[in-house]
Design a protein. Structure first.
Length: 123
């Protein structure tokens, strides 16, 4: 075990610690984990679906799945061409989100344990 200096308070702490024992500052960046957002295959949906998060955005075709990488709780917003609304949802690393549209064309988001469609990498 080695001692490192806390970047926040400058005191020595174990390099194995996840947070500084003196000031509580996190010492390890958690590696980002994927969140999958799956868009429905709808006959009238010919545009693209877009996920907005952390000032970035990723898009995919109908029936596709967007994969974003986050290291902590993140609010996503989802938009689909020619459908109503831009719902938001707070997700955490490892979550899977299914996008659905109502008969009236309103978009909604729900967390699921498994996604119904094939995973295709964002493009
Ligand atoms: Zn500290």
């Amino acid at each position: 075990m080695a001692l490192i200096k806390c970047p926040e308070c400058g005191k020595e702490v174990s390099d194995k610690a996840e947070a500084c024992i003196h000031c509580g500052a996190p010492l390890k960046e958690k590696p980002p984990e994927p969140v999958y957002i799956s868009f429905p295959q709808v006959s009238s949906f010919t545009g693209k679906g877009t996920v907005y998060y952390n000032g970035k955005s990723e898009s995919c075709a109908p029936g596709g799945t967007v994969c974003i990488e986050i290291s902590g709780p993140t609010t996503i917003e989802v938009k689909m061409n020619s459908y109503f609304g831009r719902p938001s949802l707070q997700v955490k690393p490892g979550d899977k989100v299914q996008v659905t549209v109502s008969a009236l064309g309103k978009i909604s988001l729900s967390k699921v344990s498994t996604l119904g469609t094939n995973i295709s990498k964002n493009w």
